[in-house]
Structure formats: C-alpha cells, structure tokens
Design a protein around this ligand. Structure first.
Ligand code: GUN
Length: 291
C-alpha cells in the first residue's frame, strides 16, 4: 500500500471532543443543553445499531438524547403527530427520522414535516434548496464528513476534478453540491454513466457512494488521487470461518490503495465522521435557535 490512510476514526474523535467542549460552554455560559431526538420505525437490525450508536455519542458529548422507537405498523398520522410534538419541544434542537421507513410511510412527507431548523440530517426540501443555492443550511452529515476529511487532507480543493459515484439524495447529490461550493469541477457518475472507468480515471477526488461491494478497482484510479469510500457493505468471509462476514467499501481497498495518494478505510473512514457531524449539526441547530 502506498496511499496515505485518512483516519476517519481519529478525525471524528477530535470533532467529537470539540463538540463536547462547545456543549460544556453552552451549558456553563448560557444554561443550554442541545437535545437530539431520533425516531426509528420498525425493527430493521442495522438501523437499530446505527440509532443506538448515535444516541450513545450524543450522551457522550454531554447532550440530551431522546429515542422514539415505533412499531413497524405505525400510521403516517401517528408519526407526523410525533414529529410535530418534537418540532414544538424547546428542549429538542435536532430531529432525525431514521431511513428507510417501512413502505407504507411516505418518506418525503415525513422528512418535510420536520422543522427545517431542526433538520440535522439536512434532508428537508428547504435545506436541499439552500445548499443548492449556496446559502446557510443544515448540511447532510455523511457528505459533510467527507468534505471535512478532504479539506483537512488537501487544504484547498479549488480547481480539482471530483467524481462522485452515486446520485442518492442522502450522499451523492449533496456531496456534489459541497464539492462545487469548494470550487471543484464536479461529475456525478451513476449506473447509466457511459465508460465509468474512464470518467473515474480523470478524477483528482473520487467519492464512491453506490452501495456495491468493492465495485471500484485500483485500475480506475488516477495515480495520486484521493479516494473517499462511503460504502459500508457486509460480505461473506469464508476465510474467517463458516458463516463469517466482513465489512467492505464500494472500492476495492487493496488495489485502490496501491495507486491512490490517500484513501479512507472501511470501517474507520467515513462512518465515524457521519456521527461526529450529526453531533456538530445538533449544536449548530441549538446555537441558531438561541441566537
Ligand atoms: N439511513 C442511513 N443513513 C442515514 C442518515 O444519514 N440519516 C437518516 N435519517 N437515515 C439514514
């Protein structure tokens, strides 16, 4: 491996320390405790793992954490009533409704019912529009974490060619907006992109967010490029024993790390930064609500 490893876990720890310091100051100087409410509907095990780690990190930063666990058959009306209660609760500054929601619930409707000022995911249509027009908004946590790592590694991103693989509302599109905001030349590639390897080979920065295990091989990477791997995919790992699994990203780590200048590992790259940014967004929401 010749690439520099971008240690998201260590970087996230420093962000979380800064958040905790800020929270302590808000308490001491203003009597404020930032509060985050997480709503989860149904019993998807992976979502419950994510939600538990979000709650634990929130408490560790000294903030108030509230978790609402709703049954899989919860009605849209009941969910909207809860969101409205959280919107008007002055002790709650951030609201996160864990996605995906069960099929009978309209995700757009629920997300857009959240007060945009409390939308710490940055998924509300108002925040999407504000980000797209370069105005102050809540910024989605995963792309924000990727941007922070890129800025930390490169300093300025101005003029760099960035290719975002994946066009999701949660990662791909907001990531492209953020890179554009930092004056990158941005391409959004996706499953219909013609000659994807050639497109990726042009990039100084590759952000892979497709959810397909090890899809990007090293020979797609321009020598010296920075690779940010957003994918978290669980695959079978018979070499570890029968029935064992392991986590891999959307990039084939070993071959990409031979060519790239810098790369994020999976796990320990983007994932920890997402949670750190959620905490930072909650503090931001609390400060804005009280300014
Ligand atoms: N499901 C997977 N990632 C996310 C996220 O960042 N926010 C929410 N609300 N749900 C998710």
């Amino acid at each position: 491996m010749s690439a520099t490893l971008i240690d998201g876990k260590a970087f996230a720890a420093t962000v979380r320390e800064k958040v905790a310091t800020h929270v302590a100051r808000l308490k001491d100087e203003h009597g404020l405790t930032p509060g985050l409410a997480v709503v989860i509907v149904g019993d998807d095990p992976a979502s419950h793992v994510y939600v538990r780690s979000k709650g634990k990190a929130t408490v560790e930063a000294g903030m108030k954490s509230v978790e609402h666990r709703l049954d899989a058959d919860t009605s849209e009306e009941a969910l909207l009533t809860l969101v409205e209660q959280l919107n008007t609760d002055p002790s709650i500054h951030g609201i996160l409704v864990q996605l995906p929601l069960p099929g009978h619930l309209n995700e757009d409707l629920v997300i857009n019912a959240i007060d945009p000022a409390k939308d710490v995911d940055g998924f509300h249509i108002s925040n999407v529009g504000l980000l797209g027009t370069g105005q102050k908004s809540m910024v989605p946590c995963t792309p924000l974490g990727c941007l922070m790592m890129l800025r930390d590694h490169h300093g300025s991103l101005s003029g760099l060619d960035a290719v975002v693989i994946g066009r999701s509302n949660i990662v791909g599109k907001p990531m492209a907006q953020l890179l554009l905001g930092d004056s990158c030349t941005v391409t959004i590639a996706h499953s219909r992109t013609k000659d994807l390897p050639e497109v990726v080979r042009r990039a100084d920065i590759v952000v892979a967010a497709v959810g397909r295990p090890e899809m990007v091989p090293g020979d797609w990477i321009k020598p010296g490029a920075t690779v940010i791997d957003v994918g978290i995919n669980r695959i079978d790992a018979p070499e570890k024993g029968e029935g064992k699994t392991r986590l891999v990203g959307d990039c084939h780590f070993e071959s990409c790390a031979e060519v790239a200048g810098a790369i994020t590992p999976v796990p320990g790259g983007v994932g920890p930064m997402t949670i750190a940014c959620l905490l930072a967004n909650t503090v931001t929401a609390c400060c804005r609500a009280n300014s």
